[in-house]
Design a protein around this ligand. Structure first.
Ligand SMILES: [Zn+2]
Length: 381
């Protein structure tokens, strides 16, 4: 395996090219065009754009690239997302001492362009080293950073593969097979306004009701599997008016579906308890609350004995590396792929401090991941 040559200079150049093309969420058109052009010259590659643009509001759909391979093996897919977070326009990458950084005014965009560069280099290596491989699909999604919209709108029946890898995490030695599900909630507290100095007795403060609820609600790390956060509170109009309206927004995440619902119910319950203190028999129209809870992304839990886990661990062993299985606290396209019946685990690619202007990645970690991808493709039977 170590006979496979990775062209580091080319990998670096591809990455520098990719991050220099602006692609904030919904504006992935130019980078998608660049990818289409790249694969146009690639022997046997077929690029399909799906119809998700209508749904996501992006300039372009998800791209599915298919390399047919030369062996009769089950198909396998790899995923990376094309969009980057803000500030991410006009990225000027700096490469020094083996590390890529931005100039400090934007993110680097290694999340997730490093993954794209790794996959393109892997495709080159398959070709140049005349390796045996079965069908490989590459799924380049849009709008990952704004709610996994591209993956959600992807027509999974377009893919031949039923299993694969999302390259979208930090630690190159970690393989993520578990990720939580999450819900977002939005609570509206309706009180009654009154002049704060002239007739405060007539008012019911929505701020007070919300504050009571928030102070008794579960928050932070609930247990090993579950977290909960109230992230936004808005309300009130003037210091001399008793506030009649407050909105409270937050989220619950858990690796345990039952626990997620329990905390969600407990949390919303705190608002009902609080409002009842002011309106015990529900006799008056105010105060009252309304609440909505939306599923953000579903649970991901790929069993440890699944072939997609087995293949990456074996690939690691063959490269003399010890990879660890891990769970993450965040959601990504992989949650959605799993929900759509595509068994997907997440590989770390070495990107650090993502979503900040201090984001960086080492070329050596990208090479490492590229080798792993090539070895997985060899291991996959
Ligand atoms: Zn990402």
């Amino acid at each position: 395996m170590d006979k496979i040559k990775i062209n580091s200079r080319r990998l670096a150049d591809t990455f520098l090219n990719l991050v220099s093309i602006d692609s904030p969420s919904r504006h992935e058109g130019r980078v998608a065009k660049w990818l289409k052009d790249w694969f146009r010259d690639f022997p046997g590659a077929v690029v399909t754009e799906d119809g998700s643009a209508m749904e996501t509001g992006s300039q372009i759909g998800n791209l599915v690239v298919r390399l047919k391979g030369n062996k009769d093996r089950p198909p396998l897919f790899f995923n990376a997302h094309m969009d980057t977070v803000e500030p991410g326009t006009g990225i000027k990458p700096v490469f020094s001492n083996g590390i890529f950084r931005s100039d400090g005014t934007t993110v680097l965009g290694g999340d997730d362009k490093a993954a794209i560069a790794i996959l393109l280099e892997a495709a080159n290596c398959l070709q140049e080293n005349k390796l045996d491989f079965g069908p490989v699909e590459m799924v380049f999604t849009t709008c990952e950073e704004i709610g996994l919209l591209g993956a959600k709108a992807l027509d999974a029946s377009m893919l031949w593969a039923e299993a694969g890898y999302a390259l979208d995490s930090t630690d190159p030695d970690a393989v993520i097979n578990r990720a939580p599900s999450a819900v977002r909630f939005h609570v509206e507290v309706h009180g009654r306004s009154a002049h704060a100095g002239i007739n405060p007795e007539k008012g019911i403060s929505a701020v007070k009701i919300a504050a009571d609820a928030v102070s008794s609600a579960p928050q932070g790390r609930i247990d090993d599997e579950t977290t909960c956060n109230i992230g936004i509170i808005k309300g009130g109009t003037a210091t001399n008016i008793i506030p009649d309206f407050v909105t409270v927004e937050g989220e619950v995440r858990s690796h345990d579906a039952a626990m997620l619902r329990k905390i969600q119910d407990e949390l919303i319950g705190c608002f009902y308890t609080s409002v009842r203190k002011y309106n015990p028999k529900n006799e008056t129209k105010k105060p009252y609350i309304t609440s909505t809870v939306k599923d953000d992304y579903p649970l991901m839990n790929v069993p440890e004995d699944h072939p997609v886990v087995d293949a990456v661990l074996r690939a690691g062993e063959r490269l003399g590396r010890s990879l660890r299985l891990e769970k993450t606290g965040g959601g990504s396209d992989a949650n959605i792929f799993n929900q759509k019946g595509l068994a997907t685990v997440i590989l770390g690619i070495g990107m650090q401090k993502v979503h900040t202007t201090e984001e960086f990645i080492a070329l050596s970690d990208m090479e490492k991941t590229c080798r792993l991808v090539l070895e997985i493709i060899q291991c996959w039977k």
